[in-house]
Design a protein around this ligand. Structure first.
Ligand SMILES: C[S@@+](CC[C@H](N)C(=O)[O-])C[C@H]1O[C@@H](n2cnc3c(N)ncnc32)[C@H](O)[C@@H]1O
Length: 222
């Protein structure tokens, strides 16, 4: 069963997911070659890697995106933060869930202008723009202001950005708010600063890695 009820949105998502999947082999090859040369650091993408990724969609896989939709519905989420928007694929799932919950806002974040423009076109095509506040620029600036309690966070970002992002969002999380972070088993070392934060008892989280491909972290504000 597809969680998305709107057939036009389903069709748009299938099309975008297919475009993203078609880019995957090239991306895997690029990073494998860089790793083989030993010049890759997971503590930050360098200029070459950033340039390579500037037009890559890297959309959240459908099963993970549907899981986020379900969590948003279970939490009755009205305010969502999406850390890493790209072409807006996961944003569409989140905004559809927020609309079904009675309305609210998905705050998106993207620093590549061309990706942000493409995302906005997809939001318009889906009729979901009224539920999305896409903030263009570096998330370390754009997430400095968040109004009101946050119910759900999707962390789908270059790993080194997860710690600064969670630090900015944490003060706004309501009890029971849930953060989903992608690929935490695959990139456990690169996510170490994020884990230091969510595993520190004084920050009030509990967290578990679910066995989706690459590992999907579900972190709950207690
Ligand atoms: C994995 S992709 C997001 C995919 C998206 N969630 C989806 O499912 O379609 C991560 C995105 O974060 C963006 N990004 C990386 N670092 C950023 C930063 N410091 N501020 C804002 N956006 C950033 C990248 O340009 C990239 O498009």
């Amino acid at each position: 069963m597809n969680v998305i009820a709107d057939p036009a949105l389903q069709a748009l998502l299938s099309d975008l997911q297919a475009q993203s999947a078609a880019q995957e082999a090239e991306t895997t090859r690029y990073f494998a070659e860089r790793a083989k040369k030993g010049d890759l650091s997971w503590d930050g993408l360098d200029e070459g890697a950033n340039r390579f990724m500037a037009d890559k969609m890297v959309a959240l896989e459908p099963a993970k995106a549907e899981f986020c939709w379900l969590l948003c519905r279970a939490l009755r989420a009205r305010r969502v933060v999406e850390v890493g928007t790209s072409f807006g694929v996961s944003t569409l799932y989140l905004a559809d869930a927020v609309r079904a919950n009675g309305g609210g806002t998905v705050i998106g974040t993207e620093y590549e202008p061309a990706k942000a423009a493409a995302a906005r076109a997809h939001f318009d095509a889906a009729g979901l723009s009224p539920f999305i506040d896409l903030r263009e620029g570096d998330l370390r600036q754009t997430l400095k202001v968040i109004d009101g309690p946050v119910d759900f966070v999707l962390m789908d970002i270059w790993t080194e950005m997860a710690r600064p992002a969670v630090e900015l969002v944490a003060p706004h999380l309501r009890p029971g708010a849930t953060i989903v972070t992608d690929n935490t088993a695959q990139f456990r070392h690169a996510y170490r600063h994020f884990f230091e934060f969510v595993e520190d008892p004084k920050n009030g989280f509990t967290t578990q890695t679910l066995p989706f491909q690459g590992g999907l972290e579900v972190t709950v504000k207690i």
